[in-house]
Design a binder for this molecule. Sequence first.
Ligand code: DUC
Ligand code: ZN
Ligand code: ZN
Length: 504
Amino acid sequence: MMLPSSSDLHGNERFDLTIRGGRIVTDGRVVEGDLGVRNGCIAAIGGSLPPGKRDIDATGRWVLPGGIDSHCHVEQRSGMGMMCADDFYSATVSAAFGGTTTIVPFAAQHRGMSIPEVLADYSQRAAEKAVIDYGFHLILANPDEQALGVDLPQAIRDGINSIKVYMTYDKMKLDDYQLLDVMALARQEQALVMIHAESNDMIRWIAQRLIERKLTAPKYHSVAHDPLAETEAAYRAIALAQLVDTPVLLVHVAGRDTIEVIRQARQLGANVLAESCPQYMFLKAEDMDRPGLEGSMFCCSPPARDEASQEAVWQGLIDGTLSTYSSDHAPYRFDESGKLPNGDATTFKEMANGVPGIELRLPLLFSEGFLKGRMDIHQFVALASTNHAQLYGMSPRKGAIVLGADADIAIWNAERETTVTASMLHDNTGYTPYEGRTIRGWPEVVISRGRVVVENDQLQVERGSGQFLRRGAPALQGHLPQRAVERPQGRVLKALIGLDKEGQ
Ligand code: DUC
Ligand code: ZN
Ligand code: ZN
C-alpha cells in the first residue's frame, strides 16, 4: 500500500485536526508534542503546531496507532450453519470503542459456493455497515480446479492476500494434499496461508467416546480438543509448508507445547509465523466447568488451557515467537442461535465455538501487558497494530504513526479504570467472558483516516463510512527467522515448487 505524495501533506493550509501535547509513539520512539492531520493522513509529528480546524487536547495521554484486528469473524456463518451475533455495524462499532481502527475478518466459502459469489456477498454487506476500514481473508473450503486455477489468483489480485484453511471441522477441513495445493499457490501468488491447526481425527475419536459415555457437558470440549491435537497439526502444517517452501501463519495458538514446536521450528529456520489471542492469556479450560451449560460461553477452538499455557503465550508474544495478537472474535449468543442450538440438551459437540473479544482485546493487553510491565509501549504497538499491517500487506498506510500514513489513531488514558460488564460493550453477544475484570487504561478518542469515530463515549460517524482495503503482498522481513534453512530438495521437487526453473 502506497503513501500519498509529500505535496498532499505539506502546504500552508491549516491542519484538519491537531492533536496536542500527547506522548506519540512513532517509529520506535516516543515523541512528546503535537500531531497534525491533513486530508485523512498524518502530516506532522512532534513540536508545537499551529491551531488546526479542530484541536484535541491529549496532554498526559498516549497517542498510538489505531489497532488492527487481523482475526475476527463478522456476519459469518459457521461450518455448522450458525450465524454469528455481530454484523458489520455492531462489530466495527465495538472494535472502534476498543481502540481498533482496522479489521480483517473472513469472507467464508462453504462447500458448494463459488469464491466470486462469496466475496461479492461479504463486500456488499460490509460496505453498507462498517464504520472503520476493513479487508478480508478468504476462508477456502473447496480448493478445486476453478478455485485454484482462476478464482483464488483473481481474489489475490483484488487485494485479498491471505487465505485461511482448516485442518479440522468435518465441513471445512482440507486434507494434507489440498493444503499442499493451497500453499504452493500462495507461494506463486504471494499470499499468506493462515492455518487452523488441530487434528480432526484425534478430536473426532475422543469426542465419539465421550458422547457414547454421555459425557456431554461443555467442559468435555477441552478433553476432546486435547493439546496434542493442536501440537500434532501445527507440526504437520509446518512440515507441509517447508516441503513447498511457503511461509505460513498458525492462527489462535493456545498450548504451551505448540508454542515450543513453533519456537524450535523457527530456530531451525522454518518460515512459520503464529498468532495468539486474549482468551489464551486470560481464560482457562476450567472456565468451561460451570453449572449446566454456562461453560459454553467460554468455549472456543482450540480451547483455553492452563496457567502454564497462559504464561507460554505471554512469553511467545514478548520474545517474537508469536507475531500477532488478534481477538478471534467469534460472537455467539447464549441461546438457540449460538451456544445452545438444542436448548438444555445441547452437547459440547453442538454448541457454537468462539468467544467475543473485539472490544476488549487492546484494553486487556494495555492493562495487563504494558501497564503491568510485561512489555514496553513499542511491543504493545507492534502486537496491537504494526505487525498485522506488515504481515497482511497494509503497511505503510496502516499500522504506524508515520508521515503520510492514514491518520488512524487511538488516544489512550492510562489512568482510567474500568470494571468490565457486558452492558458497557457494543457487540451483540449479550455476555463477555471477562465480566467483572478490572482493566486500567482505555482508548478514549479513536480516529480513522482523520475522522473522529469515538469521543466522549459516543460514536461520531455514520454506518457505511468505513472503506475496503485492497491489501498488497505480505511484508515478512523482520518477522521470519534470521537463519534460512537450506533444505536439500532434489532438483525435481525444486522445479515443482518453482525454486529451480531449469530442473526436471
Ligand atoms: N474457532 C474457530 O475455528 N473459529 C471461530 C472461533 C473458534 O473458536
Ligand atoms: Zn480457527
Ligand atoms: Zn477464528
